[in-house]
Design a protein around this ligand. Sequence first.
Ligand code: SF4
Length: 292
Amino acid sequence: MKTDFPEYACDYSKRLASVSAAFAKQVYDPKSSRGGADDEVEKYGPDPFGELTHASKCFGLKQRFKDRVLIMTSDRCFMNCRHCTRRGLLGKAQVVRTRSQLDACVDYVRARPEVRDVLLSGGDILTLSDKEVMRFVDAFAALEQIDIVRVCTRALCTNPGRVTDKLAKALSKSGKVWVNTQFNCADELTAEAREAAAKLINRGIPVSCQSVLLKGVNDSAPKMIKLLKALSAARIRPYYVFMCDPVAGIGRFRVPVEKAREIERRAAESLGGLSLPRFVADIPGARRKTPI
Ligand code: SF4
């Protein structure tokens, strides 16, 4: 299945790609596979988690799990990661832009007291202005039932200058914000990236990392251990390492599960618990992230 997901990277990401082959693999398609098919997962199509259909509960709000919802805040990112799960959706997804659309999402959550965790995702929410970001954060943080407002952004890796002191201060105010990000190789933990993380952490905002296991990027124990050590040194909690999702067009990044298990085993033998993420797969229809 072909997907329409053009290469795009902001200046910072382009600079990083010019000095890191592992990062460049996430930015550029190899010439041989441009626009290529991925027969292995054609059965899933571009929307394996039903984000355009059954998981979509009201305009711009997705719910797959009982205690949490995901809000589509933006359909843009600082780069179009070649392994992106939503590569078939960005540009087509419903994005919450108006006050009434946001109010409808808040009403949906308020009517379901079991929801305690809101993911502000996309796309990358930090492509929005500070004012727009805080409009989302404040709307959900104000609900008593909400314990966690997750700001889901790869900006710490792809455009760390976006994380300013002013933004960190605003995000810290409710005491409910957690930042979830994505680093996939140690090269990405640049001085700028570490500084961006420190701005948030020093304000009391937990920063966690969800990496993706990617062939040619981090698919060996030494590379993965180097990444996990670099994250810990930056005080970023490694949280999950995901197997590639069953979406079309990313077959060249897939790592066999046996190899993933071996990497996990060697990481566990080398690192303490605080540096050790859970290796999981997100399987359509499963009620949890599935340990490998
Ligand atoms: S930042 Fe996230 S949503 Fe955006 S392209 Fe990369 S993986 Fe996809």
